[in-house]
Design a protein around this ligand. Structure first.
Ligand code: MG
Length: 380
C-alpha cells in the first residue's frame, strides 16, 4: 500500500500495522518531520517517497544516499507517486485541507482509498463521493466511528437503517460549563483522556468540532440524511459507534481504543485478519457510561449541522475557519470559547453556491481563511 502522511499519528500506526501483518509499503509521504521520515524509509524500505519541496528533497536525498528510493517533490509529488505505484490501496492520513487533492488523485487512479483524512469529505464531500462512484472506487473509512458504522452495516440495505449513532468521548472538558472554560490554556487542552492524536484533532475533540466533522463525514460515507445521525457521549471510548435498524435492533462495534484495528480493517476488507490490537477484557471494564452532548457549552457540533444544511461551500468554509481558529488558540491569540464564535461568523458570511465544483470549494477555503484571520486580528 501507499501511506500518505506517514509521519503523523495515524500514518505511523499504519506502518506498524503493515509491519505486523506483512503488507508491503510501496510508498510513503511526509512533509514536516524529516528525521522520522528517514527512520521510516530505513525500516520499511518503500520504493517511493514524496516530500514537500526541493529543499526537503535535497535533505532527504543526502540522508538516504545509501538507499534505493525514488523521491518526488513539490505540488504534484503525491499525484506523481500514486501514478507510479502499482499498489491497489492508498491510505490517506494527511491532516487538514492538504489531504483533499491526494484523495482526488487516489480516486482518479482507481486505488482503493482507506480514508483517515476527514477534511476530504468535509470540504468537498459531494465531489469526492460522486467521483468515487464514477470511477467505481471504494472509499473505506479509517476514522474509528465510521469504521465502526461500516462494520455494523455490513451488507444490510440502507432503507433498513433507522439511525446512525456516532459515539463521542466528550473530549477533555466533558461536564464543564462555558464559564469554566474561559481560561483554558493550549497545553491543558492538548491532553486527551483516551486517544493519542495530533494537536488539531485533539483541540477539535475538546470543542466537539471533530464530532461535527464526523457527522458530515458519516452523511457522505453512508448517504444517510443528517437527521438520521445522532451523537451519544460514550466516555470510555469502547463502543466506537452503533447502527439502529427499523426493528429497533441496535448493532454496536466494541474494541479497545486503538486506531490500528480501523487501519487494519480498511486495508484487509472484506477479509478479517488476526488482530494487531489487544482484545477487550471485560473483567477490567468496570462500566460503560453514556451522556448527551452539551451543545450550549460546545456549539461546534451544531455549527457543523448548520453548515451542512446550508449546503454548497459552507462546510469548506467551516473547515477552513476551524483550522484558523485552532491555530490562533494554540498560538495564544484567541480564547477557547471564541473558537466557535469565530467559526460561526465565518460560515455565516461564506458565499452561497449551488452545485459547487472542486475549484469553488478551494476558493471558499481561501476566502474563509482570510476572513477568519481578520477576525483573529480584530480579537487580539
Ligand atoms: Mg473519530
Amino acid at each position: 500500500m501507499v501511506v500518505l502522511g506517514s509521519t503523523g499519528s495515524v500514518g505511523s500506526q499504519a506502518l506498524d500495522v503493515a509491519d505486523r501483518t506483512g503488507i508491503k509499503v510501496e510508498g510513503i509521504s511526509g512533509y514536516s518531520n524529516i528525521s522520522l521520515l528517514e527512520e521510516q524509509i530505513r525500516k520499511h524500505r518503500p520504493v517511493f517517497c514524496a516530500v514537500k519541496n526541493d529543499e526537503t528533497l535535497r535533505d532527504i536525498r543526502v540522508r538516504c544516499a545509501d538507499l534505493d528510493v525514488t523521491f518526488f517533490a513539490g505540488e504534484t509529488a503525491i499525484g506523481d507517486m500514486i501514478h507510479e505505484s502499482s499498489s491497489d490501496i492508498v491510505l490517506n492520513s494527511i491532516t487538514g485541507k492538504a489531504g483533499l487533492l491526494p484523495t482526488v488523485e487516489a480516486i482518479k487512479h482507481k486505488k482503493r482509498l482507506a480514508l483517515a483524512n476527514k477534511e476530504s469529505l468535509v470540504i468537498a464531500g459531494e465531489i469526492v463521493t460522486a467521483l468515487a462512484k464514477e470511477k467505481s472506487v471504494e472509499i473505506i473509512p479509517v476514522d474509528s466511528e465510521h469504521s465502526a458504522v461500516f462494520q455494523c452495516i455490513g451488507s444490510e440495505p440502507k432503507d433498513r437503517i433507522k439511525r446512525i449513532i456516532l459515539t463521542a468521548s466528550g473530549g477533555r472538558y466533558f461536564g464543564k460549563k462555558k464559564t469554566e472554560l474561559e481560561n483554558v490554556t493550549p497545553s491543558e487542552a492538548l491532553m486527551h483522556p483516551t486517544w493519542n492524536m495530533g494537536a488539531r484533532i485533539t483541540i477539535d475533540s475538546a470543542t466537539l468540532m471533530n464530532k461535527g466533522f464526523e457527522v458530515i463525514e458519516a452523511a457522505w460515507f453512508f448517504s444517510v440524511p443528517l437527521d438520521k445521525i445522532d451523537v451519544v457521549v460514550q466516555r470510555e471510548s469502547i463502543i466506537h459507534s452503533m447502527v439502529e435498524y427499523i426493528d429497533n435492533a441496535l448493532i454496536a462495534q466494541l474494541a479497545v481504543p486503538d486506531m490500528r484495528l480501523c487501519i487494519q480493517y480498511a486495508v484487509t476488507y472484506p477479509e478479517r485478519n488476526a488482530g494487531v490490537i489487544e482484545p477487550l477484557d471485560f473483567t477490567k471494564l468496570s462500566s460503560l457510561s453514556f451522556g448527551i452532548p452539551d451543545t450550549a457549552t460546545f456549539p461546534c457540533l451544531e455549527l457543523a449541522r448548520i453548515a451542512f444544511n446550508r449546503g454548497g461551500v459552507s462546510t469548506s468554509a467551516l473547515n477552513a475557519a476551524d483550522e484558523i481558529a485552532v491555530k490562533a488558540f494554540l498560538d495564544g491569540k484567541i480564547s477557547f470559547n471564541y473558537i466557535p464564535e469565530l467559526i460561526a461568523r465565518t460560515v455565516d458570511e461564506a458565499p452561497k453556491i449551488d452545485h459547487a465544483s472542486l475549484d469553488d470549494c478551494l476558493a471558499a477555503d481561501e476566502w474563509a481563511r482570510e476572513y477568519a484571520n481578520k477576525l483573529v486580528g480584530g480579537n487580539s
